[in-house]
Design a protein around this ligand. Structure first.
Ligand code: ZN
Length: 379
């Protein structure tokens, strides 16, 4: 027995209903019977949809990788392994454009809803003649057009449909290590996949090894400046909080302070709210978008956040402090992503990443090593 949608073969997940056996493993995407045949989604791509307009030029390194990616993806899957801020979305434009021009079906999928909304706005500008379809919580219709931009959750609508699927931030929660989401993504493709990420972890490499994949590595940001290497300041928790206060007090730039949980996020905010221009955000906060927008609009100088802010967000000239008081709470990927918020723009290509810690664990060590290695690399 094998589920036609999520490829589950574990008999414990098959239940017998009135109409026959169904799979419980992916039942959150509507009930599916074992004998159901999932038909590919049929729709036509408009001829001019693939015309791309980028308002800036790719750097020579980006150009080389974008071309190689297009060449490889005809016959293989491709992994774009690029440092934070290297412009990995831009690297996929050539391939998307070429496939759309041939009338092929293309989707760009990523875990987080906010990033889907931001990206579909960008794609509408880059592909002005394409009907860009946004699919995520709150946006479910129409679900066909020329270019689908969606959360990885929405791929269940497209069995064996795409000639090209871009799976961005393939190591991000909740896609990372979620067997059902992983299999639904693989099952939505009849052609090839471009995976992209800044940080490879064991779960991601396991997924990528399932199909023949070429790896392309980009270690330089478009402005050519090195990645910011975190500085670690050791001390007991209470001393570190005092140091944090004085650091923020002296700072003339915007700073994101990353904390380990929503409780700690709120605590740090509460300690400092009467003395500093500060706001906070965590993933299930109702006013999440408003708080992020207020920080982006510079109505607050400081933002305390959980890892909800670690990816897909670019704020010019921001510095980062990571409050790391519990071993193993932040993994290597998280630390690299949080540090990766700094120095992304051409106007402000440098900055500062501080880690206030009371330990030096292997995650912190390997994150710093990977950042240093990328800075030493000539590619
Ligand atoms: Zn299933």
């Amino acid at each position: 027995m094998r589920c036609p949608r999520c490829s589950n073969e574990d008999p414990r997940y098959f239940y017998k209903g009135r109409q026959g056996y169904y799979c419980r493993k992916c039942v959150r995407f509507k009930r599916i019977l074992l004998e159901d045949v999932l038909a590919p989604k049929e729709y036509e791509i408009e001829k001019e949809a693939g015309e791309a307009r980028l308002s800036y030029k790719l750097t020579p390194q980006q150009e080389v990788i974008a071309r190689a990616c297009l060449a490889y993806v005809r016959d293989f899957d491709v992994l774009l392994w690029c440092v934070t801020g290297a412009g990995k979305t831009e690297l996929t434009i050539k391939a998307i454009s070429a496939f759309l021009k041939e009338g092929c079906k293309v989707a760009y999928a990523i875990s987080r809803r906010e990033v889907v909304l931001e990206l579909s706005g960008r794609f509408k500008k880059i592909f002005p003649f394409a009907k860009v379809v946004t699919l995520c919580e709150g946006f479910s219709y129409p679900d066909t057009g020329d270019l689908i931009v969606c959360t990885t959750h929405q791929l269940y609508r497209f069995p064996k449909t795409f000639d090209l699927l871009i799976l961005d931030e393939v190591d991000a929660f909740p896609f990372k290590g979620d067997e059902v989401l992983n299999n639904i993504a693989l099952n939505s493709v009849k052609g090839h996949i471009i995976y992209s990420t800044a940080t490879i972890d064991p779960k991601t490499s396991e997924l990528i090894k399932r199909r023949p994949t070429k790896i392309l590595r980009l270690t330089k940001r478009p402005h050519g400046y090195p990645l910011i290497v975190p500085k670690i300041i050791y001390g007991p928790k209470i001393v570190n909080l005092i140091k944090l206060y004085f650091y923020l007090k002296r700072s003339d730039q915007q700073v994101i302070v990353f904390a380990k949980s929503k409780e700690e996020t709120f605590k740090i905010y509460s300690y400092f709210k009467h003395f500093l221009s500060i706001t906070y955000v965590y993933s299930d906060l109702k006013e999440r978008s408003e708080h992020i927008k207020a920080f982006k609009d510079k109505r607050y100088q400081f933002l305390v956040a959980t890892t909800v802010m670690e990816r897909g967000i670019t704020i010019k000239g921001v510095n980062v402090v990571i409050v790391d008081h519990l071993k193993g709470v932040f993994d290597k990927a998280s630390i690299i992503q949080m540090a990766g918020r700094v120095g992304r723009s051409f106007e402000m290509p440098s900055g500062e990443v501080l880690v206030l810690a009371n330990h030096y664990d292997k995650e912190l060590k390997s994150a710093i090593k990977e950042i240093k290695d990328a800075n030493l690399s000539v590619l």
